[in-house]
Design a protein around this ligand. Structure first.
Ligand code: MSP
Length: 699
């Protein structure tokens, strides 16, 4: 039997800058829908792409000193790479600079002029235009601000091709009336209806003063208005040619089942686009689905406002699933939502590490330890887990997915996780395992827990594709989780005798401060390349973030405080503060310094009270040093040279007036002096041959 088709699109993204978490939101949501629909048995096409024409691209390229083509080539790659990193399962990607697209746009307008000769005409236009949102802000030359971004519109005064939108008012209202599901959510649909009811003006669909665009057929002095160009990508991306010679994909998937987008561009999709298609006699998309904005510091996250968070650092520190889960769980779809890195990490630890991750590892470990790694005999769902087995509840969760209510779907699924946790607490399989007479009971408890884990993995898969797939494999399941039918899920499909895989944690807990610091550092690096120490904790490069610069014996420069000339240069400094960043060249060190410069540095004798390694940092030791009137915590990059226990009782030289600094989320309050020499730069701590009390000044 052939599968029903389902075609979903994201807007194509402006290729003038790199994507941020706000832009990624649309793509992630569509990916959840696409994955979910596949699990319901649909043959899904999912299209995204880049919007590469227009004044904003022209200007951004000019600013960067490159050609528009070079700029979009560079940014298009960043988009593609990000979608790969985020596990986005698009089936197509369209760039508006591709020839197949240009042809489709020109053919669409030719077809329109042939079928509806009155729909397009030429006249002089004078008004204000926002180059950032590509919106005609007003039809008069008086100054006016953009309704989307608030920036002043630029004056445009030129001859343009116009689309007779005014003639489509009634047809659009009929469309809305006959298709009550045409726009989701309802309150946005009502706004659109009022806008159309209040009367429509014709819109300009070509520009004469812009060069970077698709030429108008037979009138190449004009290029297409970017929205006419961009909207056509939904068809050109799946094989539209001219409505008569289209590719098989277009014939199969068009019309789109869902065009998804943020609220600011609803009008283009729910008013202009259907009118363009009506005039060309092409079938209309079935549904427009709009989400709210991700706000960051109370404003729409957007690069021009400088209030953006980037997805890559989050994925690097917490994994792809963490970002997907957070965005879908925290924001009620359709409403605006707040983005906060702290809340993201809190959710990660609470719901993913302690919730699903913990359930998976404890259940699988018990199967490994108490059942020899083999799933025990099948049992019906125990009463306490009835909800998990309930196909009514499964249907409820599917209804929530179908209704774009992702946060509630996740709340229900996490309610199931809580049920299993409680079930295990009550049944205490770890106690049952101590008593051979309870073997049968133990096995039925563990079957029930493992089967619950399987069901939860299926239900959560569209949102958490990576972790659930790993759990699926650890559950010993053959076949792809993505191919499992979520609408055929039922208790008992976990086969007795299945050999489980090696239990491995899917969401390790993270230290909040440390994770935050790593995310922020990586984001700074994206904003200002070369400004921060690269985070190498999950890469193989030799550089570390620990600040262990042990490559010289020039002890004289060691004591130059951070911020002073020479700070950051290679030195015998092993603590903190005066640490060379990998990408920032050290300022030139003057050949000689005056005594007054040296006197700025406070050096004291310290006695090491304790030392220990820092988790996840190969070179750092946390050293507690008595400096006479207090015991200081100092981080030193000497782990390759000293075992922690060797250091206790040793007298060292401490720089005591350095500003505190955090590494790996741990504060360092000073610096230990050391020399280093030889090819491997082994550190040798400065110390004293004679007896000297802690706290004595070193001058
Ligand atoms: N190029 C047009 C779309 C043309 S489609 C025929 C465009 N591009 S965009 O890059 O500005 O936006 C792409 C998507 O990202 C849109 O769905 C937009 O709403 C979304 N977002 C960009 N910033 C956002 C937030 N801060 N929050 C949520 N979504 C946001 O518009």
């Amino acid at each position: 039997m052939t599968k029903p088709k389902f075609y979903i699109t994201t807007p194509i993204y402006y290729a003038n800058s790199r994507p941020h978490v706000g832009s990624a939101y649309t793509t992630i949501v569509c990916d959840v829908i696409a994955r979910y629909k596949r699990m319901c048995g649909y043959d899904v096409a999912y299209l995204t792409g880049t919007d590469e024409h227009g004044v904003n691209i022209e200007r951004a390229a000019e600013k960067a000193g490159v050609t528009p083509q070079q700029l979009v080539d560079k940014n298009e790659k960043i988009f593609r790479e990000l979608w790969k990193l985020l596990g986005i399962t698009t089936t197509g990607f369209i760039r508006t600079t591709e020839p197949r697209h240009a042809l489709a746009v020109q053919n669409l307008v030719r077809r329109t002029m042939r079928i509806s000769p009155d729909a397009i005409y030429k006249r002089k236009y004078e008004g204000r235009y926002c180059i950032y949102d590509n919106l005609y802000v007003s039809d008069t030359p008086e100054p006016a601000d953009c309704q989307i971004c608030g920036r002043p519109g630029e004056l445009v005064s030129e001859e343009n091709y116009f689309f007779r939108l005014s003639a489509y008012q009634q047809k659009l209202l009929d469309l809305y009336k006959n298709n009550p599901q045409f726009l989701y959510p309802d309150f946005r649909f009502n706004e659109v209806k009022s806008f159309v009811e209040s009367g429509l003006k014709d819109i300009s669909i070509s520009r004469k003063s812009v060069k970077w665009g698709i030429p108008w057929p037979d009138d190449p002095e004009h290029v297409f208005y970017v929205w006419y160009d961009a909207l056509t990508s939904y068809m050109s991306g799946i094989g539209f040619v001219d409505g008569e010679h289209d590719g098989p994909e277009f014939k199969k998937y068009w019309p789109a089942d869902i065009h998804a987008m943020g609220k600011e561009i609803i009008r283009f999709h729910a008013v202009y686009w259907p009118a363009f298609l009506m005039a060309a006699e092409i079938e209309l998309p079935k549904q427009i689905v709009a989400h709210g904005w991700l706000l960051f510091e109370q404003e729409k996250m957007s690069k021009s406002k400088g209030n953006v968070a980037y997805p890559e650092p989050i994925v690097k520190v917490l994994g792809n699933d963490a970002l997907r889960y957070y965005l879908l769980r925290e924001t009620v779809f359709g409403q605006d939502g707040n983005f906060s890195r702290e809340a993201l990490i809190t959710r990660y630890n609470a719901d993913l590490a302690n919730g699903l991750g913990n359930l998976a590892s404890r259940t699988l470990t018990m199967i490994a330890n108490y059942c020899g790694g083999i799933v025990p005999a099948q049992v019906p769902a125990p009463e306490r887990l009835n909800e998990i087995a309930s196909t009514v509840l499964h249907q409820k969760i599917r209804d929530l997915y179908n209704g774009f209510n992702f946060s509630d779907a996740l709340i229900f699924i996490w309610g199931l996780i809580e049920l299993v946790d409680k079930y295990l607490v009550v049944e205490k399989p770890w106690t049952l395992a101590q008593d051979p007479s309870q073997k049968e009971r133990l096995e039925s408890v563990l079957y029930a827990a493992t089967e619950s884990l399987r069901i939860v993995s299926v239900l959560a898969h569209p949102v958490l594709p990576d972790a659930t797939r790993r759990i699926w494999e650890q559950l010993g399941q053959t076949g792809r989780l993505a191919d499992v039918r979520i609408d055929e899920l039922k208790w008992g499909d976990l086969k007795a005798g299945t050999k489980i895989g090696k239990p491995e944690g899917v969401f390790p807990r993270v230290d909040k401060k440390e994770a935050l610091e790593r995310i922020e550092n990586m984001e700074n690096e994206i904003r200002n390349p070369g400004s921060t120490q690269p985070d190498t904790s999950t890469t193989t490069t030799k550089k570390t973030t620990e600040g262990a610069s042990t490559g010289t014996s020039a002890a004289g420069t060691a004591a130059i405080p951070a911020g002073a000339p020479g700070a950051g240069g290679p030195a015998a400094t092993l603590g903190t503060g005066a640490v060379a960043t990998a990408a920032t060249p050290a300022p030139a060190v003057p050949a000689k310094i005056g005594i007054e410069d040296f006197a700025k540095v406070e050096l004291r004798v310290g006695v090491v009270k304790s030392a220990e390694k820092i988790a996840g940092a190969d070179k750092l030791l946390k050293v507690m040093v008595d400096i006479g009137d207090e015991v200081r915590q100092v981080l030193a990059g000497i782990a390759p040279s000293y075992a922690p226990e060797e250091l206790v009782g040793r007298k060292v030289v401490v720089v005591t007036n350095l500003a505190p600094r955090k590494m790996r989320g741990v504060e360092s309050n000073g610096m230990l002096l050391a020399a280093s020499a030889g090819p491997d730069g082994k550190a040798v701590l400065c110390t004293f041959a004679e007896d000297i009390p802690a706290g004595a000044k070193v001058k």
